[in-house]
Structures are given as C-alpha cells and as structure tokens.
Design a protein around this ligand. Structure first.
Ligand SMILES: [Fe+2]
Length: 505
C-alpha cells in the first residue's frame, strides 16, 4: 500500500494542471451553437438541459420480452451551458444521471443532475465559476484539487447495492439508486480520499472491482482492488513519465493492462486548459503496462504503435502468457481535440475514424501485435460484452458503428452491430437518419448460459420528434430491428456510458 504522502499529491492541486489564468476571448460559442441548431436538427444531441430533474413514464410499443426487468443507469454531460457561458468541449458539461426502470408492467425514466460541489456553487452563482477539462470560463476561480471540478459526467458504477457517478480524474460521487439524489463524494478509505478513480472500472462476474486512476501532476498511475462488498483490498502506484491520458483499461484473470497512447502531459508548455497541456507525439510508441493482480509491484512494459483508443471491449489471458483484447483504435486523438470541441459551437469537424482492432500481447517475447477486426468501411465505438464473461474469452461483441459507404444525414455513429467470432459474423441494424443511437449494452436473459440468450438494450435521441428512446433487440437477431421501443415525452442531450442492473425494475 503506498504511503499517505504518495496520495496527498494526487488529491491536492497537483493532480490536474488547471486554474491557469488566461481566459477565453469574448463569448460567441453559445450564439454560434444556437444559430447552427436552428438549421441542423441533429445538433439537438448537444443542447444543454434546462431542468435539473426530469421524470416520466415511457410509451412502450412492440412486444416486451418476458424476463427483461431491471434498471439501466446512464450518465453523460448534460448541462453544457451555465449562465451565458457554453462549454468548449462535449466532455465538460455537468453530469446527469438517468435511470430507465424496465419491466413488463412498463418503463419509467428519471434523470437528475449530479449535485456536485461545482454544480451547487455555480447554480447558486448563476454563472460558470471553474475551469473544466477543456474550458476556461472568464474570471475562473483557482482549482485546489480535482474534486472541486469533478463533474461526475462520464459513467456510472453500480456495486454492492450502491451507485456511483464517475468522472475521469477524481472521486466517485455516490448517488441514491432509487431517487438519484446525490449523497456525496465516496472514499474507499480515509487515506485514499480524493485519489483519482477512473470512469472505467471493471467488475468481475464475482463482484471483484478493479480500477485505475491517473494523477498528471505527480506523474502517477494508481491502481485499485476492491472486493465484492465494496471494501478496499489494496492500492498501488506506478510512476509514469511522461504521463498520458488513459481513459479505459483491461482486466484478465491474472493481469491489469493499461495502454498509454503518446498523448503526453507537457505542463511546461503554455496552455489554457488541462486538455491543452497535452501533446500528441506520434513518433513515440503506445506504452503498454501490464501489472500482476496479485502484486501491483510486479509490472511489465511492452509497446504498440502510436494510436488513440478510448474504449476496450474485453481482455483475457491464456496459460502461455498471452493477453488478448480488443479496442476501438484511431490514428490520433483528433476527435477529442477537434470534433468534440467544434461540435459545441455547432460545427462538425471529422476526426480520425476508429477501426476495431484485435490485439495480442506475448509476455514471454515482450511483443505486441494488432489487426483490424472488421471491413475497413466500418467505424466503431462503445464496445460491450455479456458482463458474465468479463476477464474470460468472449465470442460476442456489441458496438456502435457506421458504414462509410452508406452516408447518413448526421455525422455520428448510426448503426448497432453485434459480432460473433463463431462464424465471424457482424449483424447490423441501421437506425433511421433521425435517430442518433447512444451506447448499447448486452443484457443477459436470466438463467441463460453466458453469451447465449439475451437482449441488446440501448437508448437513442430522435431528433425529428425530439424524444428520447430506449430500444430492445434480440441479441441473436439485431438485424431484424427492435422488438420493443420505449419513448419518453422529452429529449435529453447525448450521453456516454451506462450499466444495467437486473431486478424488478
Ligand atoms: Fe468512456
């Protein structure tokens, strides 16, 4: 267990290089966005929410599958404007947690902005007070630690009866799983309070929880091992120089694996935001860190070519010390630096497309290989698996994709894909051009064998009717289209990640 001294730097101001003094030029982004929105309905995906709390019963059409009951919790940036200020990046907005409560009796929806320290202070002030990941409002206050600007807007973690809204670089915000009210910042132990806990923890089928976090100032990766009852088992740190910006990681039966694309933290260079304190250095490799789950001090370093990856599907290891995994790989992080910025003022700028890749790390030889999984024309993101096969070899992979040979009326991903490597078959469902799909998840049928029966459950924004939808597909026949659809009487901005909790809904 690292010393308390090691953690103090991560919980303090050194965690993120924010609060730099130069403000943006005069505010024009909000006006630019609303002008563009009037002409482009798909930009409704990036509007700001107005209400802090929403809720309604959905209208269900189709045939609701017997056995599908539970809650789909989702999270994503939703308050993109505070006062007159509009954020400069999709990932900056304050998080709204949602619960879709599903049962044969009907579908109910709740949404509530996470009542973070920042949200409460800015709501009271009526203006943006703090810098964020990639925005610096005028007259910003200094940031004394990551949780001051922790907007809880990326993902959600249900664990041992508790529910957490997660940001990338701070503490989990605990939220009431029933009414979504915010309980407060969660610490797994007194000495790890405020230590970064990433938005992509991995939970094994037995409930064991693993995560990483990164603290750019002190140049440390931190690793978390938490048992199925939510008790901290151990933590560890690995010094990394230069620090990168890992978003997701992987867990196998024996290892934790982190890829560090060459997006390097270079705080000595002039920068206005945390994102801008990073430099893409494509002549450098993607560093691959492999840790022993048993002992975080046992580490291996390997290399892969320079590439940018937000998300991995799954990973597993084999007795010959080989690690297999898949991920959505892009040539560079231009989507994050350009597309997800310009979209906030209503402009679309294409970033490097992602192509799903299969990776193989040979730990004995110290080498890594990768190969494209699908036809070159498929852009992919948001990979998901049957959660019961996490850390073990999976056959099915759920993802969103787009087919470059079939143009769409908006620039976002527009197809659901389900791949099965038994037959190497990719089934797809193309959403109509007025529906923008969000992440879709594999929801197992109760009592079924892993990866056998189940559904794909995913939400989407209908920009023609301005309604939020939830669709249910048979995982074995997604190309037949949804078997049931739940439609809300309102819309919300496009979110990011969710988790399904089986139960009574
Ligand atoms: Fe993510």
């Amino acid at each position: 267990m690292p010393s308390r001294r090691a953690f103090i730097g991560m919980a303090g101001a050194g965690g993120l290089a924010l609060g730099l003094p130069r403000a943006f030029a005069a505010e024009t982004w909000r006006a630019e966005f609303h002008t563009a929105l009037a002409a482009e309905p798909w930009l409704r995906a990036f509007r700001s929410v107005e209400a802090h709390v929403v809720g309604a019963d959905a209208t269900v059409t189709g045939k609701w599958p017997r056995g599908l009951a539970g809650t789909l919790y989702r999270n994503g940036p939703a308050r993109h404007e505070v006062g007159d200020f509009r954020y400069r990046h999709w990932f900056d907005g304050d998080g709204m947690l949602q619960a879709w409560r599903l049962s044969a009796a009907g579908v109910r929806h709740q949404g509530r902005l996470v009542e973070t320290t920042k949200l409460v202070a800015e709501t009271r002030a009526g203006r943006a007070l703090y810098p964020t990941f990639a925005s610096q409002p005028p007259d910003s206050r200094p940031v004394t630690g990551p949780d001051v600007i922790n907007v809880a807007n990326i993902s959600v973690l249900p664990h041992h009866g508790r529910l957490y809204a997660l940001w990338e670089a701070g503490s989990p915000w605990e939220v009431d799983p029933d009414d979504l009210t915010t309980r407060g910042l969660h610490a797994f132990s007194a000495e790890t309070a405020g230590v970064p806990f990433s938005a992509h923890p991995r939970v094994e089928p037995d409930g064991t929880l693993w995560n990483f976090g990164y603290a750019s100032g002190p140049g440390l990766l931190v690793f978390w091992h938490i048992d199925a009852r939510g008790q901290l088992v151990k933590t560890g740190t690995v010094a990394v120089s230069p620090m990168a910006m890992p978003h997701d990681f992987m867990v196998t039966s024996r290892y934790l694996v982190v890829l560090l694309p060459p997006l390097h933290y270079r705080p000595s260079e002039p920068a206005t935001t945390f994102l801008d304190a990073h430099r893409w250095e494509p002549t450098q490799p993607t560093r691959v860190l492999v840790l022993s789950k048993e002992d975080f001090s046992v580490v291996r370093w390997l290399e892969l070519p320079a590439q940018w990856i937000f998300h991995f599907g799954n990973a597993w290891d084999t007795p010959d010390d080989t690690i297999h995994f898949d991920g959505a790989s892009a040539a560079d992080p231009s989507a994050m630096f350009e597309s997800f910025r310009e979209i906030m003022r209503g402009r679309y700028v294409a970033g490097a497309p992602t192509r799903h890749q299969r990776f193989r790390l040979d730990l004995r030889a110290g080498t890594g290989q990768q190969a494209r999984m699908f036809d070159e024309r498929f852009e992919t993101e948001f990979p998901a698996i049957d959660p019961r096969v996490g850390t073990r070899r999976n056959h099915r992979l759920v993802l969103l994709c787009a087919d470059a040979t079939r143009p769409v009326a908006h620039p976002l991903l527009n197809q659901l894909g389900v791949y099965d490597d038994r037959g190497e078959r990719l089934q797809t469902f193309r959403y109509p051009d007025h529906v923008i799909p969000e992440e879709h998840l594999f929801v197992p049928a109760p009592g079924s064998e892993p990866e056998a029966q189940g559904w794909v459950v995913g939400t989407g924004l209908d920009v023609a009717t301005d309604r939020l939808l939830l669709n249910v597909f048979d995982v074995a026949a997604v190309d037949a289209g949804p078997v049931a659809t739940a439609t809300l009487p309102y819309a919300l901005p496009l979110g990011l990640h969710g988790k399904f909790v089986a139960g009574t809904g």
